[in-house]
Design a protein around this ligand. Structure first.
Ligand code: FES
Length: 642
């Protein structure tokens, strides 16, 4: 029988196939990325291909026409049920090779499609499914064949999908017989490797997973389509552990003081995750049982508490983790109701203070894939810092305290409507103007009072405090040592004596908001700790300059990077190469959800990261003292002058 040359694009894979070979079969033999859920029965529509050059069969008869929408009875049935195929498209499982062909596999027919990210510098996410859907027709039970339903399902998956020896947990097996009956012996299995994690009657084409960032203040969840990679619903809530302590250390103290307290903290975070599942599936209009996998990131204490590991050792030196590697556990063991056999995969922790959230940032930003020397900074009450490139990666944490989040500042508050987030000070008059979250107007513009009537002006958030202190320095209100210059009181009524020091009045009226000497000190201490940690990593790497700085987390999203550099929070760097990555930790969780290989990649990368313990480094103190000055006693910032 004649054979024909078939070339697939965009892969370029090619081979010779006998007359009549289905295109899907040719693709499989060549390892071409062409999707299929129904196994070639012409019902899922996932195998669509386009003719590049040449012809496909039509009922075994050659036809070069490219505008025919249904070419054979199966495709006609598909088109009647699901709508006509686009011009020039055919079902790969129905089209047969009848001559030399160039076949294009469009992106929506590829399993390993790429999900483009919004930021230009962010690498796309390639889908490499953790869970695959496989439709099978299972032999009916027979008095003459005593094989169990599960054994016949195993045989069907082996014969129709080449997956031998599948397994299933008891909760999945408990659904098997009812599912087989409902589907009249046709079912779709969700396969995680060789394990079935869910079963549905008939054909099932949608698969979902959930990526979760467990922060100490908020928990954010993104329900993601495992086939397209799109986020289809998001939800967030305050971490209910807050009732046990506002910050991480007070929660660890709660566990120390209250025997069994860790169980309370564990159940509260697990219940929160389960509630979030309910929220996102309701928004997306799917069932809990349709969520086939969950990935989580979090700092080491959140990570341990979610997994039910006592975090007490993380409360003091030497900050020993119970486990640092990635860990996966059936969701049901955590009390999270999703698909009966679904797993929760927790990304690895890097060190006692550098958690799975930072591993998520590393996975999202991929410094280990690049030559350029990248600094990643995730600022919370602890700054988690990573520096490096494909040659080497270093990490440390630095105790910045909560000042950058607006805590421990006399008029500070969390970022919320009504909080001042932008500030400018007139260099001559020393008069301030500001913007609050939720209003686009500056405070000196007409309409500002009316526009903020509902929220009021309530305080100053972390990014606002950075700007005020930087503007105070640029205006000469504070000295390089951070002292508010009382001599300026003669020039401006905004410089007010408060005991033996001075403060700067930002807003009169109710509430009266001013920046005290203690507030400036708190910012100096926080920024010096951050800079000293960064500088230690640069020392260890042996560089004086970094090529890119990426700020992760909520703080990084709001901060004006120029002001961060004016204050000396971050080292000198071309400002066009300093950017916020938004919730990079959450993006890392999403990548781990969508791409199986990325899990091995981040697990290996984390093992290779050199961990620096700031408390043990004598140079930390020296860097810290130098960084107390604004911007720094010894370090130059030439990029700021450009
Ligand atoms: Fe399902 Fe072709 S493989 S329609």
């Amino acid at each position: 029988m004649a054979d024909h040359l078939v070339v697939f694009t965009p892969s370029g894979k090619r081979g010779r196939f006998a007359e009549g070979t289905p295109v899907l079969e040719a693709a499989r033999q060549l390892g071409v990325d062409l999707d299929s859920v129904c196994g070639g029965r012409g019902i899922c529509g996932r195998c669509q291909v386009e003719i590049g050059e040449g012809t496909f069969s039509k009922h075994g008869i050659e036809s070069g026409a490219r505008h025919v929408t249904a070419w054979n009875a199966v495709e006609a049935r598909y088109a009647a049920k699901r709508g006509a195929l686009a011009n020039g498209r055919r079902l790969g499982c129905q089209a047969r090779v009848t001559g030399d062909l160039v076949v294009d596999v469009p992106p929506d027919s590829q399993v390993h499609r790429q999900v483009v990210r919004k930021r230009a510098e962010a690498h796309p996410i390639e889908i490499d499914p953790v869970v695959r859907l496989a439709f099978v027709e299972v032999a009916q039970p027979d008095m003459h064949d005593p094989a169990s339903d599960f054994r016949r399902l195993q045989a069907a998956l082996a014969a129709q999908w080449g997956v031998e020896g599948v397994t299933a947990s008891l909760p999945v097996l408990a659904t098997l017989q009812a599912t087989l009956h409902a589907g009249e012996w046709s079912v779709t299995a969700a396969l995680r490797g060789r394990e079935i994690v869910a079963l549905w009657p008939g054909l099932r084409e949608r698969a979902h997973g959930m990526a979760v960032d467990v922060g100490s203040t908020t928990i954010a969840a993104h329900l993601t389509d495992l086939i397209t990679g799109e986020v289809v619903a998001s939800a967030g809530l305050m971490n209910p552990q807050i009732r046990f302590g506002e910050d991480l250390m007070s929660r660890v103290s709660y566990v120390m003081m209250n025997p069994g307290g860790e169980r309370e903290l564990t159940s509260s975070v697990r219940e929160a995750l389960d509630r979030l599942v309910g929220d996102v599936v309701a928004e997306a209009g799917i069932d809990r049982a349709d969520v086939l996998e969950m990935t989580v990131v979090g700092n080491p204490i959140m990570h341990h508490l979610l997994l039910g590991l006592n975090p007490v050792e993380l409360g003091g030196a030497p900050f020993a983790l119970t486990i640092d590697g990635a860990y996966e556990v059936p969701a049901r063991d955590l009390g999270i109701v999703i698909a009966p056999g679904a797993y929760v995969y927790a990304l690895p922790c890097i060190a006692g203070h550098v958690g799975a959230d930072t591993a998520g940032v590393v996975l999202s930003e991929g410094p280990y894939l690049k030559d350029e020397l990248t600094l990643l900074v995730d600022v919370g009450t602890n700054a988690e810092i990573v520096l490096g490139n494909r040659q080497r990666l270093l990490a440390c944490s630095s105790p910045t305290g909560p000042a950058f989040e607006g805590a421990q500042i006399s008029c500070g508050q969390r970022a919320a409507p009504g909080a001042i987030e932008r500030v400018r000070i007139d260099r001559q008059t020393l008069e301030p103007r500001y913007k609050v979250i939720g209003c686009d107007l500056w405070s000196n513009e007409p309409g500002f009072e009316e526009a903020t009537a509902s929220t009021g002006v309530t305080g100053i958030c972390g990014s606002g405090i950075i700007e005020i202190v930087a503007e105070m320095w640029l205006s000469g209100i504070i000295t390089t040592d951070g002292v508010i210059d009382g001599g300026l009181a003669e020039r401006s009524p905004r410089i007010e004596a408060t005991g033996r020091t001075f403060s700067y009045l930002v807003r009169e009226g109710e509430p009266r908001l001013s920046i005290s000497q203690n507030d400036v000190r708190a910012i100096q201490l926080a920024k010096a700790a951050l800079y000293a940690g960064i500088r230690l990593l640069m020392d260890r790497y042996g560089v004086d300059k970094v090529e890119r700085i990426t700020l992760a987390g909520a703080f990084g999203s709001h901060i004006d990077v120029r002001y961060a550099m004016v204050l000396g929070l971050i080292p000198d760097c071309d400002l066009s190469r300093v950017a916020s990555a938004g919730n990079a930790a959450g993006t890392g969780a999403r990548i781990a959800l969508l791409n199986l290989r990325s899990r091995a990649e981040i697990e290996k990368t984390v093992l290779g990261i050199e961990k620096i313990e700031t408390a043990l480094e004598p140079a930390f103190q020296e860097h810290f003292v130098n960084a107390m000055a604004i911007p720094n006693k010894v370090e130059p910032f030439p990029e700021l002058a450009k």
